[in-house]
Ligand binder design. Structure first.
Ligand code: ZN
Length: 234
């Protein structure tokens, strides 16, 4: 036990491990996100609210029946959450998604919500973007949630069919239809009669999540709920 500790301390001197949220050095035993950040991250706690009081749920009212609309953190410009999302999306730090997904999944389980879902499905990236980045940032969050909720996840349930073109000359409804048209369910039997937890990194307008949810419901999913790492105020 003694030697590996010295060795890891020595490696730590050469390559200091820093918190992925605040960039301060991590203490021994801390894993990717420091204890201070874990305590102080801006949690929404929307899963504790009734649907009528959840401001995120309102973004889908009158559009689609969404069972739960959940987001773990509040996006703050130049803050810890923006830094975490940047690490996840552009720096290859998929551990951000796995860790936050696991913590959130454990919290949702403690609140009794794990019995409301059967299958976790991430919002897909277009294959061209997937090839550029090498990974879908929503996958690691889905994987972490699957661990925390003790549920299966399915990366390939949805796919994007066309690349979104310039939308400047279209009216609002045409734009929406264009977004709606870019997702399809690859294997309907995987989602049929399932209560799906649809996940992505950020919830902004909700248009992408709405299009995915519509495709899932059209393919025979029993219910769709939504969970993202962060939500941006509009
Ligand atoms: Zn930190």
């Amino acid at each position: 036990m003694f030697l590996p500790t010295i060795l890891s301390d020595f490696v730590g001197l050469l390559f200091p491990r820093v918190c992925l949220a605040c960039q301060e050095p991590l203490a021994r035993g801390e894993d990717h996100i420091c204890t201070t950040c874990r305590t102080q991250l801006p949690y929404t706690d929307y899963h504790r609210l009734a649907a009528a009081d959840n401001p995120l749920a309102r973004r889908f009212w009158g559009k689609l029946p969404i069972r739960h609309t959940l987001s773990y953190l509040r996006f703050q410009k130049h803050g810890r959450v923006q830094h975490l999302l940047h690490q996840l999306k552009y720096r290859g730090q998929q551990d951000v998604g796995r860790i936050l997904g696991r913590w959130y999944g454990q919290e949702l389980t403690a609140a009794g919500l794990h019995t409301d879902f059967d299958l976790i499905v991430p919002v897909p990236l277009h294959t061209r973007k997937l090839a550029q980045r090498g990974y879908n940032q929503a996958d690691s969050f889905a994987e972490g949630l699957a661990t925390g909720l003790q549920l299966p996840w399915q990366a390939a349930a949805l796919q994007r069919t066309t690349y979104t073109n310039s939308q400047t000359r279209k009216n609002r409804i045409q734009r929406w239809q264009n977004v709606e048209a870019v997702f399809e369910v690859t294997h309907p039997e995987v989602v049929q009669q399932q209560r799906i937890l649809l996940v992505d990194d950020v919830l902004t307008t909700g248009a992408t999540l709405e299009a995915c949810a519509a495709a899932l419901l059209a393919a025979g999913a029993l219910q769709v709920s939504i969970a993202t790492i962060a939500t941006a105020d509009r």
